[in-house]
Design a protein around this ligand. Structure first.
Ligand SMILES: [Mg+2]
Length: 363
């Protein structure tokens, strides 16, 4: 079996409402579908979401990187030769989501060829994954209403709440959610580096009694001393996300001792490199969850397979990006029930593109 073709197809699916966080905003998912075909008729898919303010990739740069570099690098390769693909990818720096999508589409093919789902191919830890939802930004009442609606509709009890802009309101919002929704819900605020270290310390003191599961990236990722000061004064685990986008950065944050949780995003590290990150973390007793790059249902299913494969993914994963979009490209949209995504035994990623939808949304 050999790779016969690699396509990069940009598509645009509007969001149900505009998303705002401390360092950016989005009103549509403009992502790239990567589709790989083999000489014996198998097709693997994955998606690459451009995040110019985070990784410096654009829709057009991803298409170019797949068409000019990462695609040709795997042409003629056996999809099972993952290490050879990764070694060839090392010729180029950057472009994390473009290279990750190619590697994940190859994994989809590997699973199909072997007749097993990707999560079993990667480690087979479980077949259902608890999800954490990113709650739309708003005042405390609006956030509480959103959390209650996600719980009632999908059974989701873990909430990622964007903070980092207005410290007093952040504390009030988290307190309102805890007081209204009781002890059974889990609160995962994400500051996206919005606080200076002193503010982060004040906020952490203000929420210390709220049984907070973690605080994500309270302050700037290049301020080592500030991050250490913050980590030292709180019992709330801090989660690395923007500071932990590849194995070298993960090793650095682990060595600094400033994170208790690290977010793995398959959109930026694919499956094979994400496994390396999980193993580094496991050795240091730092746990993982699967984060989201606001992926559509294709990326969500990739993240679900990884989370299900790996026993160091111990916290609810951010696998809800498709809920924010008016549609997706798949024949079967994933379902969240009782706060979980259940994987099937279908081989590979177990998903298929709806060609009519692709025709409608491709750019
Ligand atoms: Mg984050």
């Amino acid at each position: 079996m050999k790779v016969a073709s690699v396509e990069a197809i940009p598509f645009r699916i509007p969001l149900t409402e505009k998303k705002v966080w401390a360092r950016g905003a989005l009103d549509a998912a403009e992502h790239v579908l990567v589709r790989i075909r083999t000489d014996d008729g198998l097709t693997g898919i994955a998606e690459a979401p451009p995040r110019p303010t985070i990784y410096g990739e654009s829709l057009r740069s991803i298409v170019a990187a797949v068409e000019d570099w990462f695609g040709p690098a795997v042409l003629g390769l056996d999809p099972f030769e993952t290490e050879k693909a990764l070694e060839r990818f090392e010729r180029w720096v950057g472009n994390p989501t473009a290279r990750a999508a190619v590697e994940m589409a190859l994994a989809d093919i590997k699973g199909q060829a072997a007749g097993v789902p990707v999560y079993k191919l990667l480690g087979g830890w479980t077949d259902q994954v608890p999800v954490c939802v990113r709650v739309p930004t708003g005042d405390a009442d609006a956030v509480v209403r959103s959390c209650a609606s996600f719980r009632d509709r999908y059974g989701i009890v873990t909430f990622k709440i964007k903070v980092g802009m207005k410290p007093h309101e952040d504390i009030a919002t988290l307190r309102a959610v805890r007081e209204t929704m009781g002890p059974a819900v889990r609160l995962c605020p994400d500051a996206n580096q919005g606080y200076d270290p002193q503010t982060a310390i004040r906020v952490l003191k203000g929420i210390e009694d709220l049984d907070i599961t973690l605080l994500e990236e309270p302050c700037r990722i290049d301020n080592d001393r500030g991050r250490q000061q913050v980590a030292k004064v709180t019992s709330i685990p801090l989660m690395g996300d923007e500071s932990c986008t590849n194995p070298a950065e993960v090793r650095r944050q682990l060595a600094l001792g400033v994170v208790g949780v690290i977010s793995i995003k398959v959109a930026r590290t694919g499956f094979a490199v994400s496994q390396r990150i999980a193993h580094l973390c496991e050795a240091e007793s730092v746990v993982n969850l699967c984060g989201t790059q606001a992926d559509s249902s294709i990326g969500v299913i990739c993240g679900t397979h990884f989370a299900a494969s790996c026993r160091n993914v111990k916290l609810a994963s951010e696998l809800t990006g498709f809920l924010d979009m008016v549609d997706d490209l798949l024949v079967d949209t994933p379902k969240i029930e009782n706060g979980m995504i259940q994987l099937t035994d279908r081989p590979g990623l177990g998903i298929a593109i709806d060609e009519a939808k692709l025709k409608r949304y491709r750019i």
